[in-house]
Design a protein around this ligand. Structure first.
Ligand SMILES: O=C(CO)[C@H](O)[C@H](O)COP(=O)(O)O
Length: 222
């Protein structure tokens, strides 16, 4: 079951957590298993502090007795553990089904190391089938939609509800992304597009659990 695999992947990634670390907590249902398992370790004596990539993850971590620092006062994180919607052998990932990809990218960039945790349904040959979320300044909604269509998005939909940052999410369906780096650079260059779910350089390793077996993927290996 996907939930069992999410829990297994989350628990496997806990091996990377050491006493004294500042740990970045991602967002989503897989990270919820991580936060629960990390909470158990903290109650058993592990000494860490955390920063969170969403209000939901901050509340969940505090509920587990984990000390959560305001990321606004932080510039360096030791290790961030986060989920993904797709991850391939290059450790390219699409993130943001949970809507937190902008904060997730900032925290990942501040991190010495970032690892992804996922169940086997997220492991793909090449990223691109998942919808690509783009966080947008509400003022720029139509303009950014037109630019995404010009970049090849077959459909662009405004997601219901905003982000923790008070912005909108446009879900863009590209179907196939031939050149993820070119697409990421093109979206980065659109004024009003504040962030997107293409993570091409951030992920150092991934723990993917499929039917109860956890595989640790690293850069340059399948
Ligand atoms: O990127 C994310 C949130 O912005 C999530 O990590 C991603 O959507 C995976 O979520 P889940 O673990 O619930 O499948």
């Amino acid at each position: 079951m996907a939930d069992d695999d999410k829990r297994l992947a989350a628990e496997a990634a806990l091996d990377e957590v050491r006493d004294g670390m500042l740990v970045g907590l991602g967002t989503g249902s897989t990270v919820a298993f991580l936060i629960a398992a990390l909470g158990e370790r903290v109650r058993a004596g592990l000494r860490i502090e955390a920063v969170a990539t969403s209000i939901a993850s901050a509340r969940a971590a505090e509920g587990q007795g984990i000390i959560v620092r305001d990321f606004a006062g932080v510039s360096l994180v030791d290790l961030t553990i986060d989920g993904a919607d797709e991850v391939d052998a290059r450790l390219y990932a699409i993130k943001g089904a949970g809507g937190a990809m902008l904060r997730e990218k900032v925290v990942a960039a501040a991190s010495d190391r970032m690892v992804v945790i996922a169940d086997g349904t997220k492991r793909v040959d090449a990223i691109g089938a998942a919808k690509l979320p783009v966080e947008v300044l509400p003022f720029a909604r139509s303009f950014v939609t037109a630019r995404l269509e010009a970049l090849g998005a077959a459909a662009v939909a405004v997601r219901e509800g905003g982000t923790d940052n008070g912005n909108l999410i446009l879900d863009a369906r590209f179907g196939r992304i031939d050149d993820p780096r070119a697409l990421a650079a093109a979206i980065d260059a659109v004024p009003g597009a504040l962030g997107h779910g293409l993570f091409l350089d951030e992920v150092d390793a991934a723990y993917v659990a499929d039917a109860g077996v956890v595989t640790r993927m690293t850069r340059g290996a399948d």
